[in-house]
Design a protein around this ligand. Sequence first.
Ligand code: G4P
Length: 542
Amino acid sequence: MTLPAHSHVEEITRRRTFAIISHPDAGKTTLTEKLLLYGGAIHVAGAVKLRKTQSRHTTSDWMELERERGISITTSVLQFAYEGHHINLLDTPGHNDFSEDTYRTLAAADAAVMLIDSAKGVEPQTIKLFQVCRMRKIPIITFMNKLDRAGRDPFDLMDEIEKVLGIPCVPFNWPIGSGSDFQGVYDRNTRRLYRYERGENTGERKQAEEITALDDPAFVASLGERAHAQLVEELGLLDAAGLPFDQDLFLEGELTPVFFGSALNDFGVEPFLMKFLELSPRPLPRATATGPVDPHRDAFSGFVFKIQANMDPSHRDRVAFVRVVSGKFTRGMEVRHVRTGKPLKLNKPLQFMAQERMLIEEAYAGDIVGLWDSGALRIGDSLHAVEAAGNFEYEGIPRFSPEHFVRVVLQDPMRRKQLKKGLEELSDEGAVQVFYDPILLEKDPVLGAVGVLQFEVIQYRLRAEYGADVSYIRLPYQLARWVEGEGFNPRKFDDPGRTACLLDVEGRPLVLFQSEWMFNRAKELNPKLTFIAAVQPGRAHR
Ligand code: G4P
């Protein structure tokens, strides 16, 4: 099928870039698969599912460790087209230990789908991921999944979202029964009934029934009197006590539209997708020190939000993922790498579809492009078309202070070079933070992570990708801060087991504390020092 040509403005306005956030097992893989099916990106129903059940991985998982553990660690980007839209779907890691990666990914997204298992409600990982969305003020649309199974009362679920997450809900459709009594959903705006038929499944586009009057006897008879009475009562309650939908509040992340459905049965997924595309924002501007940059600005600009080394172990390559913020990107174009001021020629831009990658000729604001990188790029780096005026940098993606620390012990001292290279690359990727003792320097690197699972991944990858076998010695620190200020003396913090001072890869001092109490005491004793919880990576050391 050849698509009609679109103008530059149309290209941008038809783009949508979003991520799905959910607790493991809520159905993210299943929902992703259905969305890809609608986009025609995969053709066999169950393709994603099948692979997942065979080896517990999804099309978007790359690493064997992920398959072994059945968790999604890295973030991938899937692109597909639907009804004239060009959609970039960013996958977020399902595990909280990788929340930094999620934060970076959400920097590239303009909206998020919050997927909730209707039997379980808000789960711990939902809360964590939601908080990251909140920090970034991302509009969130909620999909309550698994309505075909006995679930919780829909009012209860919305109440929980409002109480636990603090965001008001506006249901766009309303379920009629649940589990074995589930009959379908009623769309409150279009007054259509989407009837659920058990056993009938996957991918078929079903016609919704127009309900002209709720008390139409045929409608009452088709639902049964009890279910009908309950629906009418509940809709009445929503109309009387519920909030109206407010697009501005939604765009500010202050209100979430809610949809009920079942991803596995492909029930309610397409109407959800259509409404999502209508509600969710077009590519949004991104901030710089000199003000926001509009996506419709002519000249290309973008920023690196993720780096992934060795995505394909047989190629030992490194790919930097760039969110295009403005203008048009074309293959082979020369851009300025703002941090170094150097030109870069982008010859082999990639887009990703499942495990396939394709060379692309052009991309527009909102798109995610993968660039082959020989080591020049870092997370947070800005790129501009060379001819563009100004030299702005997009606001960087912060690096958060770690909460867990280990000292790396290399098993075979002959592999020091491999270890060094591995740690450099994995640190550039943001997979872990690497610190050095100010005196021993490279000899005894320390790793810092926000979640302990990161250490396991690093150990695995150092062995698999760099041939360096390491073990760890757990360090007793729980909190760390970068320190700036006059008269800072690292030796004052040299009190092994209680406090320690290390240097990060850019030479900035970081002080580790055994406890919150130690940290508070250090603040009191050193009023002239500033203790910083998050820094911008890639910036020159001050
Ligand atoms: P995840 O990526 O969020 O971890 O979840 P995934 O899609 O793998 O779904 C987790 C489980 O929930 C799967 O079952 C999946 O089939 C099921 N599921 C997803 N959506 C629905 C739904 O709408 N209704 C029902 N009833 N189940 C749903 P599993 O048996 O754990 O996985 P598998 O062995 O089939 O892979």
